[in-house]
Design a protein around this ligand. Structure first.
Ligand code: NOJ
Length: 570
């Protein structure tokens, strides 16, 4: 176990822009998700911004990540924290300007950090000029054909065109009002009422998004994380969704939230043509630009369909994220991933947290059912035990960063931040909270601005002390500057893992399972490194060898419960 301050010089990346066929950077990269509104706020208005990102790039470099992905910063009324885009080619004044973006991008590239931006093609904001034109236009017009407008059902057309539900709760259709005040057509929104779905069968929509890709590729971005990449194409005729039935009691397998296999708006075959088209657009550019699919699909095998060699380059491994802290299940999803992704020529990816899920320092210690997107709050059953959650999170990350392929981190997990459970209703902002009348807490608990400095306003998030969501007082002791001085901190652990992963080239490695440790232990070898994680309820004997990194302070002997180590064999 390292017990003294060590500095980890970064080996330099290949120059940005160099084309390296066969050794593309995204095959092994560790990519850090910046949620701009909660990362760092240079303006002091309480919402993070692009100059705030630029100011902290050295901190990301010293952490040791290869790339960043930024959640949306485009012009937006912010009804879904920027995933409601009003202008895909401009920066929202909340976050800065295009010049701020260019400066951030150049500063990241100067430090060898690549930059992925978020693309939101399933829907726009209702304030997008196209949707405003559509509302003002006649039914059947070209302006309406860019979205999914339909007449209502029933004699007066006052029932929605089908029974689809919004992912955020409530119906997925909203009725418009004609200029003369009479009720008009309905439009589809799989998410909030302010997020109308595009009609991707329309060539004008397809051409518009080619142009948007080029706009950001020309500016120099290294790739795109593609929002709702499984949702763009809907079954012809927009039929009612009849949820699959499981079990003899006839319970639906799933609501309309997105993990069933037969939903008429998820995972339709036609969506793959769109990504083949985009693949060709990216291939016109040098520097191994990449597309990463945000596609919530029921299995790893389905997810791998998004990364066939002529489609996207990566897809988030949500089946891995959704796996509980149970060794057999973790081994199974790792094995499936290392079979299914390489089988189509893609790297496996790994992720434990993002801005849509309960942070893994809390999620891995939940004791009650918690469907994705529902969140946890003051009245949730089975609230996590903080010590157990953090311990498991550190062990889970220690496993994840030893795996071959590419891994995603979410801002704040390097500080061991837990989900903020005790947010009162009046500060919550996620549309899920409003659309379900508070029945689901939603995702605000993982989006609270992160702490940089214990002894500063807003823990160093800005100089003014304003924050768009309140930070818990316990976060003072989790601030980055406090952790800098503590070799046992989560920050030190992440740095050690990332430096060792790089030194041992684990991202490019391969995995061999180690037998003989029992069912509740995850044990494998990647190159020189042996990884052992104890998810059982008793200590586990270790082989002889040198411990390179341990997820908890560890003085040799048996491996404690909820702890993982990387070792060099003797
Ligand atoms: C997925 C994004 O990650 C989430 O934050 C957003 O609300 C939905 N897509 C809709 O864009």
């Amino acid at each position: 176990m390292t017990s003294q301050q060590t500095s980890f010089p970064l080996t330099s990346l290949a120059p940005i822009g160099e084309n390296r066929p066969g050794a593309e950077w995204w095959r092994t990269a560790v990519i850090y998700q910046i949620y701009p509104r909660s990362f760092a706020d240079a303006s002091g208005d309480g919402i993070g911004d692009l100059p705030g990102v630029t100011a902290h790039l050295d901190d990301l470099r010293s952490l040791g990540v290869d790339a960043v992905w930024l959640s949306p910063f485009y012009r937006s009324p912010q009804h879904d924290a920027g995933y409601d885009v009003a202008d895909y080619r401009d920066i929202d004044p909340l976050f800065g300007t295009l010049t701020d973006f260019d400066e951030m991008l150049a500063a990241a590239h100067d430090r060898g950090i690549r930059v992925i931006v978020d693309l939101v093609p399933n829907h726009s904001s209702d304030q997008h000029v196209w949707f405003q034109e559509a509302l003002a236009a006649e039914p059947g017009s070209a302006a309406r054909a860019r979205y999914l407008f339909r007449d209502g059902r029933g004699p007066a057309g006052d029932e929605p065109p089908n029974n689809w539900e919004s992912v955020f709760g409530g119906p997925a259709w909203t009725r418009t009002t004609n200029p003369d005040g009479t009720p008009g057509q309905w439009y589809l929104h799989l998410f909030d009422v302010t997020q109308p779905d595009f009609d991707w069968a329309n060539p004008e929509v397809q051409e518009e998004f080619r142009g948007i890709l080029r706009f950001w590729l020309d500016r120099g971005v290294d790739g795109f994380r593609v929002d709702v990449a499984h949702g763009l194409v809907k079954t012809d005729g927009l039929p009612d969704h009849v949820p699959a039935v499981t079990g003899a009691d006839g319970t639906p397998a799933d609501s309309m939230g997105g993990d069933a296999d037969d939903v008429p708006y998820w995972g339709q075959d036609g969506v793959h043509e769109i990504y083949r088209d985009w693949h060709r657009v990216l291939a016109e550019y040098d520097g191994d630009r990449a597309l990463c699919a945000e596609a919530w699909l029921p299995t790893v095998d389905r997810t791998a369909e998004w990364v066939r060699s002529d489609e996207m380059h990566q897809a988030f491994n949500f089946p891995y994220l959704m796996t509980e802290w149970e060794a057999p299940a973790i081994r199974e999803v790792i094995a499936e991933s290392l079979r299914a992704f390489p089988a189509v020529g893609a790297p496996a990816t790994w992720v434990l947290s993002n801005h849509d899920v309960v942070r893994h320092a809390s999620r891995l210690a939940l004791t009650a059912e918690n469907p994705q997107g529902h969140g946890i709050g003051p009245d949730s059953p089975g609230k996590p035990l903080p010590e157990q959650g953090l311990r498991r999170a550190r062990a889970a990350t220690t496993v994840m960063l030893a795996l071959p392929g590419s891994a995603y981190l979410y801002q704040g997990e390097e500080l061991g931040l837990p989900e903020v459970v005790e947010l009162p209703g009046e500060v919550r902002q996620d549309p899920t909270w409003f659309r379900t009348d508070g029945e689901r807490y939603g995702r605000d608990g993982c989006r609270v601005p992160i702490p940089w400095t214990a002894d500063a306003p807003a823990y160093g998030f800005n100089d003014s002390g304003a924050t768009w969501l309140p930070q818990p007082t316990e976060w003072a002791r989790l601030a980055r500057d406090v952790q800098e001085g503590d070799p046992d901190s989560t920050l030190w652990l992440y740095r050690e893992l990332l430096a060792t992963r790089r030194a041992e080239d684990l991202g490019a490695g391969s995995l061999a399972w180690l037998d003989g440790y029992g069912d509740d232990v995850i044990a494998f070898r990647n190159g020189n490194v042996t990884v052992i994680a104890n998810a059982s309820d008793a200590p586990v004997e270790l082989p002889t060898g040198t411990v390179l990194v341990a997820s908890e302070p560890f003085d040799g002997g048996a491996l404690p419960v909820d702890t993982a180590v990387w070792m060099l064999a003797d």
